[in-house]
Design a protein around this ligand. Structure first.
Ligand SMILES: Cc1ncc(COP(=O)(O)O)c(C=O)c1O
Length: 325
C-alpha cells in the first residue's frame, strides 16, 4: 500500500504525489509562503471528488469527474482565477495523479485554486486582479461509510451567507468560515451536523451537504435559489428518483418541515447519503433510518461503485496496474 505523507496532523495523510502548477510532483516539495494571497482573503475555490476502489478490477471509479471540474472552473471564473487547464485536461491530470500515487483504496480528491502572489507593479490589498494563481490537486484516503450510520442535526444560529453577499453557487474557500462556525456550534452542542437556514429563514443546506426531506414517499429539497451549493450528489439523487419513478419537488422548505418529515437525509460527496434521525432534539419519523433513505443510499452506493450498469456514465474509471499480472 502507498505510504502516506502526514497532512494536517497524525490522523490525516495525503498520497505522496500532488498535481501542482501543471505537473505532478511530490507533495513535500510544494510550499506556500505567509504571503499567499488566498490565505489572507479567502480568495480560492475548491472541489471534493470521490474515487471508489474496486479490488477485483484494480480500478478506481471517480464520481462525475468532468462535472466537478466544470463547477470548479465556474467557481474560479467568479473570482477571476486564471486557470490554463480545460475540463478535459484537469480530468486527464487527475487520472494520471491517481495512477502515479497507486493508492489502492477509496479516496477523496481535492482540487484547489487560489490567489497566490501579487504580480509586478500590483499594490498590496484585497483584490481579484493583479495576482497570480496556484492550482493543486491532491488525494487523501476516505473509506466509504457504513450504510448503517446516521446523524443528529441541529439548526444553526448562523445563517447561510446569501448569494447577494457571496456567490452561493461557487465553492469559495472564504465562505467556509461560515460553515466552520455552524459546525463548531452544532458539535459543541453535542450534534453531528449543522443545518443552516438562509437569511429569509427557510432551509438552505447542511455544512457541506444538501438537505432532502421525504414526505408521503415524495422527495423534497430546497430549490437552487435557496442560497445553496447545487450539489452534484443532490443531482444524482434527483436523477435516481426519475429512474425509480419517485416524485421530486424543489421548493422553499420551512424549518418546521424538518420536524414533521417522514425522513430527512443529507447528500454530499463526502457524506454520500447520510440519514438524519433527529433534528433539534426532535426524532425524525420513528428515529430509525427510513425505507426511502435506505433505498436511495443503497442505490447510490451501487451506482458509484460500479455495481449498477445504468449508472456507469457517472464514473470515470482509472486502471491501476494489477499486481497479479
Ligand atoms: C456548502 C456545500 N453544500 C453542498 C455540498 C454538496 O455538494 P456535492 O454533492 O457536489 O459534494 C457541499 C460539498 O461539496 C458543500 O460544500
Amino acid at each position: 500500500m502507498t505510504a502516506l505523507v502526514p497532512l494536517a496532523g497524525p490522523s490525516v495523510g495525503v498520497t505522496p504525489y500532488v498535481y501542482h502548477q501543471g505537473r505532478i510532483q511530490l507533495y513535500e516539495d510544494v510550499g506556500f509562503t505567509a504571503g499567499t494571497q488566498g490565505l489572507h482573503y479567502g480568495t480560492g475555490v475548491f472541489e471534493g471528488i470521490r474515487a471508489y476502489w474496486q479490488p477485483e478490477t484494480a480500478q478506481l471509479h471517480v464520481v462525475r469527474l468532468a462535472e466537478h471540474y466544470r463547477r470548479f472552473l465556474a467557481s474560479a471564473g467568479m473570482l477571476r482565477l486564471e486557470i490554463a487547464e480545460s475540463v478535459d485536461e484537469l480530468c486527464a491530470a487527475t487520472a494520471e495523479l491517481l495512477v502515479r500515487n497507486d493508492y489502492r483504496g477509496d479516496c477523496y480528491l481535492r482540487p484547489i485554486a487560489h490567489k497566490l502572489a501579487l504580480l509586478p507593479g500590483a499594490s498590496f490589498g484585497v483584490k481579484l486582479s493583479g495576482l497570480s494563481t496556484a492550482l493543486s490537486v491532491y488525494a487523501v484516503p476516505m473509506p466509504r461509510a457504513p450504510l448503517s450510520r446516521s446523524a443528529r442535526a441541529q439548526v444553526s444560529s448562523w445563517r447561510r451567507i446569501p448569494d447577494t453577499a457571496l456567490p452561493a453557487h461557487g465553492k469559495i474557500t472564504g465562505s467556509y468560515a461560515n460553515v466552520a462556525l455552524a459546525v463548531d456550534e452544532a458539535e459543541s452542542n453535542g450534534y453531528d451536523e449543522a443545518i443552516l437556514l438562509n437569511v429569509r429563514g427557510t432551509v438552505a443546506e447542511a455544512g457541506t451537504a444538501n438537505v432532502f426531506l421525504v414526505r408521503d414517499g415524495h422527495l423534497i429539497t430546497p430549490h437552487e435559489g435557496s442560497d445553496i451549493l447545487a450539489g452534484i450528489t443532490r443531482r444524482c439523487v434527483l436523477e435516481m428518483a426519475v429512474r425509480l419513478g419517485d416524485r421530486t419537488v424543489e421548493r422553499e422548505v420551512a424549518r418546521s418541515e424538518l420536524y414533521t418529515a417522514d425522513e430527512v437525509f443529507l447528500t454530499g460527496t463526502g457524506c454520500e447519503l447520510l440519514p438524519v434521525t433527529e433534528v433539534d432534539g426532535r426524532v425524525v419519523g420513528d428515529g430509525r433510518i427510513g425505507p426511502v433513505t435506505a433505498r436511495y443510499a443503497e442505490s447510490y452506493r451501487a451506482a458509484v461503485t460500479g455495481q449498477a450498469s445504468e449508472y456507469a456514465p457517472w464514473s470515470t474509471t482509472v486502471q491501476l496496474n494489477d499486481p497479479a499480472n
